[in-house]
Design a protein around this ligand. Structure first.
Ligand SMILES: NC(=O)c1ccc[n+]([C@@H]2O[C@H](COP(=O)([O-])OP(=O)(O)OC[C@H]3O[C@@H](n4cnc5c(N)ncnc54)[C@H](OP(=O)(O)O)[C@@H]3O)[C@@H](O)[C@H]2O)c1
Length: 261
């Protein structure tokens, strides 16, 4: 897919690490100019930026806590000052507390929904003038299977991602007349810092059980998500909008309990 995003300007939230980092590097390899966003991991963000510049692609780095409206305004202002236009927003960053519903406190919910839902709406509103000046408009949200399934200790982010998917559909309907598409990608389990934190001491056995249960026979890799993002950002996806695309190797097709029947 080299060159398929040639000249596009893309902003990826939470691209210092994990899936966001892989998306940023893959989009740069596909020809895009990339705005890296991070919250705390300044050094990691600069490393990604250096790798992108080594590919001879323009890269800017913006910082901001997505929980904070002023910081969101400042980061979009920085993109606006440096570029003036944007073609693709990838809403990838997330923050949450992994707890059963009975242990969730209002601030846990507030934090998750602010980063996952409120910041999506705010960033889209702020980027719209830049996106309508761009070559085309693409919004890609990174959801999760917990939006649909009741996963252990996943209620806060799972409900947040369900709202994110609904918002993705509303954005698709409302921004379609401006030529902007909006789709979500729902990844399977991917080996990143957040999964290590989620599964804690059961991390390795969790990953091997997921790989075994996956019809395509392995864990999803960050680059598998990046490939789907590039497809959705590319001209090939010009009439796809309002969809949630599972990139999970087929694991969500199966219902536990039927093994050996
Ligand atoms: N890993 C999986 O198995 C999996 C499965 C399904 C869906 N997802 C989704 O994929 C996305 C990326 O997940 P990941 O596993 O790659 O996560 P990760 O490695 O933990 O990275 C999270 C990213 O979000 C940023 N971030 C966290 N809190 C933030 C805040 N308050 N404001 C701004 N940025 C913030 C982090 O910035 P800093 O580095 O600066 O802290 C980092 O770049 C998330 O939306 C997640 O829900 C992941």
């Amino acid at each position: 897919m080299q060159g398929i995003l040639q000249g596009d300007r893309v902003l990826i939230t939470g691209s210092s690490r994990g899936i966001g980092r892989a998306i940023a590097l893959a989009m740069a390899r596909a020809g895009a100019q990339v705005a890296i966003h991070y919250h705390r991991a300044a050094e990691a963000a600069e490393l990604v930026a250096r790798e992108i510049r080594e590919l001879d692609r323009e890269c800017i780095v913006v910082q901001g806590n997505l929980e904070d409206a002023d910081q969101r305004a400042r980061m979009i202002e920085a993109v606006s000052q440096q570029w003036g236009t944007i073609d693709v927003l990838v809403a990838n960053a997330a923050a949450t507390a992994f707890k059963p519903v009975t242990e969730l406190r209002p601030y846990h919910l507030h934090r998750t929904y602010t980063v996952v839902v409120e910041s999506l709406v705010d960033l889209v509103q702020r980027l719209l003038p830049l996106m309508t000046q761009g070559r085309h408009g693409r919004i890609i949200t990174i959801s999760s299977q917990g939006s649909h399934y009741a996963l252990p200790r996943y209620a806060s982010i799972g409900a947040g991602k369900a709202a994110m998917e609904a918002m993705t559909r509303y954005l698709a309907a409302e921004l379609g007349p401006l030529g902007i598409t909006c789709n979500a990608i729902s990844p399977g389990v991917i080996n990143t810092d957040s999964v290590r934190y989620y599964a804690a001491e059961r991390y390795e056995s969790f990953l091997s059980r997921i790989a075994e249960a996956t019809p395509l026979g392995r864990l999803v890799q960050p680059d598998d998500i990046a490939a789907a993002v590039i497809m959705l950002a590319s001209p090939y996806a010009r009439m796809i909008t309002g969809q949630v695309i599972q990139v999970d190797g087929g694991i969500s097709l199966k219902t536990p309990g039927f093994e050996g029947v």
